[in-house]
Design a binder for this molecule. Structure first.
Ligand SMILES: [Zn+2]
Ligand SMILES: [Zn+2]
Ligand SMILES: [Zn+2]
Ligand SMILES: [Zn+2]
Ligand SMILES: [Zn+2]
Ligand SMILES: [Zn+2]
Length: 195
């Protein structure tokens, strides 16, 4: 990965890959980020490494039927919510409008599978689709980690314990530190006779 790039979103100066050691707000997608990212010091312009370099179209396991198109111009103004984290999208995004799927670029990078101590029997698979009830928080979810055999659905934030948009992409194996949440779902899963 080159340390300096020219980006259409910031034509005045090159962007340099840097780690400022503090969090930043990406001028591409509007989401928070931490760690190594592209930056123009002169203009205080920041961009996730992924937002700056991701391909114009890409197929993701969570929507395997069609490739999603990357909106590099970032025309969305917050009127559309992310299919994955359900926060408004203000800027760059990946979408399949035919299927009404639109996600923050960083939300597209959620691990396709994850395990959770809330349900160790099976691996959860990331999917988007018609809303179903989240087994943990009981509100509806479009984007979710699902265990199909057991009919368990969890918002990504309910599985990983990060809200509302993941600042960093969580590692595939993550133990939530929210003991209450863990306890809640263990009780609910037991109630449903799922384990
Ligand atoms: Zn970004
Ligand atoms: Zn600049
Ligand atoms: Zn999102
Ligand atoms: Zn589609
Ligand atoms: Zn939930
Ligand atoms: Zn299961």
């Amino acid at each position: 990965m080159s340390r300096e790039i020219h980006h259409i979103a910031h034509r005045k100066h090159p962007l340099v890959l840097r780690d400022t050691g503090s969090s930043f707000r990406c001028d591409g997608c509007g989401c928070l980020g931490v760690g190594s990212h592209y930056r123009c010091d002169l203009c205080d312009f920041d961009m996730h490494e992924f937002c700056a370099t991701c391909p114009p179209a890409s197929t993701f396991a969570f929507h395997g039927q069609h490739p999603l198109t990357f909106d590099r111009a970032g025309f969305l103004d917050g009127s559309v919510t992310c299919s994955m984290c359900e926060e408004p999208i203000k800027g760059m995004n990946y979408s399949c409008w035919g299927c009404d799927v639109c996600v923050h670029p960083i939300c597209s990078q959620l691990p396709p599978t994850a395990v959770s101590p809330m349900h160790m029997a099976h691996t959860f698979v990331l999917a988007v689709g018609a809303p179903v009830e989240c087994t943990l928080c009981r509100t509806s979810c479009h984007g979710r980690y699902q265990c199909l055999p057991c009919n368990i659905n969890l918002h990504p934030k309910c599985l990983f314990g990060t809200v509302p948009t993941p600042v960093t992409v969580p590692t595939p194996v993550y133990i939530p530190n929210d003991v209450d949440a863990l306890d809640k779902i263990v009780r609910r899963v037991t109630l449903l006779n799922l384990i």
